[in-house]
Design a protein around this ligand. Structure first.
Ligand code: DGL
Length: 259
């Protein structure tokens, strides 16, 4: 079984790529809705939440844990790897493909404050940004909108305009989605950014990485897996987004939990 967690529903953008790539693999997804957002929280607190949730997933049979949250990856992935025996797969801002393909030499990255402050991000920049100029933008308020189930609204448009116009003014021709919530805003982001700008969602590459990790452990299963979704907060938006991918998931696949 694959265990996946995020501060909220954003990690479903990773879960759905795992599902598309390996529909036979069962998964348990945990949204830490009670403590969302992580972006502005102390890394030590995020490390504690990540450890408690990982222990919960491993107790229930997770063979691999996906930290489907850039902010939690930045704060906690090394401590999780030290603490637990199962493999962990985390998120990495997709600066490399954006830098490789940029024609203007300017790449925009939209992420949370916590992600930009992490060493992982700085290392990624140092390794992959090369000659490219990177314009960083904190997506204040975007995680909250997705958590409320708002994917398109006049207020969201204003907010996104504010963030994206800055990047466009700097000449960005790629925008990297550095937070797993943002792919649920991808259509709105693409409309605002215009057809010349490439939006980079790292989730499919992460799913491929998870498949690689699993394949090293055992054969990837065929057929159809079982899928469960839990939240320490509310579940309506979790349900809505999971059902976009698998419409016949009934209520028995969702639960509110305490961790
Ligand atoms: N999905 C999380 C990420 O990728 C959102 C962080 C937050 O809760 O602020 O960074």
């Amino acid at each position: 079984m694959i265990g996946i967690f995020d501060s909220g529903v954003g990690g479903l953008s990773v879960w759905r790529e795992i599902y598309r790539l390996m529909p036979g693999e069962s998964s348990l997804y945990i949204s830490d809705g009670a403590f969302c957002p992580y972006g502005s929280k102390d890394p030590a607190f995020i490390r504690e939440r990540a450890a408690s949730i990982s222990a919960y997933l491993i107790d229930r049979g997770a063979e691999v844990v996906v930290v489907a949250c850039n902010t939690a990856t930045a704060a906690a992935i090394s401590s999780l790897r030290e603490k637990f025996d199962v493999p962990f797969v985390g998120m990495e801002p997709a600066i490399k493909p954006a830098a490789l393909h940029s024609r203007s030499g300017v790449v925009g990255v939209l992420a949370t404050a916590g992600t930009f402050k992490g060493r992982l991000y700085l290392d990624t920049l140092a390794r992959f940004a090369g000659e490219v100029r990177v314009v960083e933008q904190v997506g204040e308020g975007l995680v909250e909108a997705v958590e409320r189930g708002v994917f398109d609204s006049p207020e969201l448009d204003d907010l996104l305009h504010h963030y994206i116009d800055n990047m466009l003014a700097a000449g960005a021709d790629h925008i990297v989605l550095g937070c797993t919530h943002y792919p649920f805003l991808q259509e709105t982001i693409a409309r605002i950014a215009g057809p010349e700008v490439v939006i980079v969602n790292p989730a499919p590459a992460i799913a491929t990485q998870i498949k690689r990790v699993l394949s090293n452990m055992r054969e990837v299963s065929n057929g159809r897996g079982d899928f469960f979704f839990c939240s320490t907060g509310e579940i309506p938006v979790l349900k809505e987004l999971a059902r976009r991918e698998i419409p016949d998931l009934d209520d028995s696949h969702f639960a509110e939990i305490l961790i």
